[in-house]
Design a protein around this ligand. Structure first.
Ligand SMILES: [Zn+2]
Length: 95
């Protein structure tokens, strides 16, 4: 699958909130986004947009722009990458 990435112009955060399944979907989406700013109905009922609104970590609102589709092999891999480095250790027997 391919994760759709935006960058916030205000805080520079890179984030993804959408995915497409195939390379063809990603290429078609990029072509439509570059030309029209939206995919309209190409990829189903939810259209992808060239620009978005980002809620920055300090509470500000930034204008974000689509920057590309990044290949992601497996959704499980993404969960692994987002896991915090230090995990809380649960010790149920400890009182
Ligand atoms: Zn932001």
């Amino acid at each position: 699958m391919y994760k759709m990435y935006y960058r916030c112009n205000l805080c520079q955060e890179l984030y993804s909130d959408s995915v497409v399944k195939s390379p063809a979907d990603a290429i078609n989406a990029i072509a439509l986004l570059a030309s029209f700013g939206s995919t309209k109905s190409l990829l189903g009922e939810r259209s992808l947009e060239m620009k978005g609104i980002h809620r920055c970590s300090d509470g500000s609102f930034g204008l974000s722009e689509f920057i590309g589709f990044r290949y992601a092999a497996d959704p499980v891999e993404d969960v692994e990458q987002n896991r915090p480095e230090t995990e809380e250790r649960v010790q149920p027997n400890e009182v």
